[in-house]
Design a protein around this ligand. Sequence first.
Ligand SMILES: [Zn+2]
Length: 600
Amino acid sequence: MDQLEEIKSKIDIVQFISEFLPLKKAGRNFKAICPFHNEKTPSFMVSPERQIWHCFGCNRGGDIFGFLMEMERMEFGEALRVLAKRAGVELQSYRPTQAETEKEKLYEINHLASEFFHYLLLNHKIGKRALDYILQRGISKESLEKFRIGYSPPMWDGLQKFLVGKKGYKAEELEKAGLIIASSRQQQTDSGRPLTVGRYYDRFRDRLMFSLFDHRGNTVGFAGRLLDPNAKEAKYVNTPETLVYHKSELLYPLQITKEEIKKENKAIVVEGELDAISSYQVGIRNVVAIKGSALTEAQSRLLKRFTENLVLSLDSDAAGDMAARRGIEIADNLGLNIKVVVLEKYKDPDEAAQKEPNYLKERIAQAENIYDFYINSAFKRFGGRTAEEKKKIGQELVPILAKIEDEIVKDVYTKKLADRLGVNEESIILQIEKIKNKTFLVAKPPEKTVFLSSRRDLLEEYYLALIFQTKEVRDLLEEEERSLFHSPVNLKLIEALADYLKQEKKFSSQFFFKTLPAELREAFDKLYLVDFDNKIEDKDWVKKEREKAKKQLLTIKIKEELQTISREMKEEKDEETLKRLSEKIKILTQRLREVESAEK
Ligand SMILES: [Zn+2]
């Protein structure tokens, strides 16, 4: 498709990707910590020349389309439309994939449902009781609009009448959106109330409805909250996992607060929808709710695109919660800086924002470092006076300290803990060592995918990368250079280059790429991603590096020839041939000596 090329030519990949992650210049390329796998040193490379990206850690790679699809979990068609719009290219013919059509439909259905609920809350008498309740709960009318809060009527088919009856959607489609439930399953779940509405019933009935959006603003699902706090049913009912709703990825309401988070370079992380809305109302606008007390990896990664600083303001009893701690560990491992707010006077940020906004703001400003928080929280819960209490505190905190990677930070908190327990620092260090030894016994899986290529393949790649990145490609036409290569892919690439240079005077990686068969394209692109940093601009360095690599390749080549010949000699009986072979060995050994002793 030509339009694909047109879009690509109008969007610079470096500029585009740097809107998602900080790219650092590395010679002719750019690099970053990979957003798609866990790592501490960058192996995510972007080549402006080839307009591609590749991660040497997880082996993902591609062009702007691939990047956007991976980053935003988009289908190809969605990415195509987003990028076409950005490039100002009008798409002529595009047939969406089935998955894409399905997703679009779910967005549409959820959007209409959201408007339906919202209308009932604000404008219909059926929503009057809910409206009174939420206003009295301290949520302003403006917020109801801004966050598109709604009300689901106390009916088994209220939403169906609207979406199926009036809007013409199929019940199956509503079911896929998680809005209605097939009644056969209801026998087990419903408490004996007879069902009169046919095959499906509405999932959300008589609830305050919080519309859930993804960070791009698509309506993906709902959280329905009971009005009556004394009712027997679950306080919250949520959309189940669907094609577009993934609970573990959702941050509420990121589509509204993401700009503020970027601007403040900090996100205040709370638990529930009402915590977020109440905080927002009193001016804490860089807020998101994680729907629970544990940050997930997907949420951490998403947040990291907007800021590296998180302030967790969770419910006051979430402190000892293992799930919460696990979430903090995940975020910590992703390199996020985490602080914790302790609200002593109120049970959650919602209540604090309603009753004493300034107190909430103060506490946020004075958020504790995560390790101070852990120590304080353990002492609060266990006391720490008797030996037994001290042991409990140690059992909780030592594993946490053992995981701190920064030795200075670890040292600081080891001292702090020793002080507060009134014990010798050595005893804590000993405990930490014990834990470490234990965890070492459980072998960790390797962080990176191991490259299977042999040393020779890697060297060949390195050598070719030096040549292609400096555009000295004509050198490869010489037999002496060509004879260094052994890998079929590289040999084919050189052959293709020779053909190309017969017709073209000037080498252009763009045009050359287009002449390549599919199986060579990836190998070719990878050559542009090898990281030489600024040194690639230094002609002397390149020259020396090429000589070094050439020498190594030559050495490997001769050694392999020697091995082959000695294998042949073992099988050979004929005197004449043996003589000839041993002569060859002499020459090769001599040659090897020459190569190895050559000027460095
Ligand atoms: Zn990666």
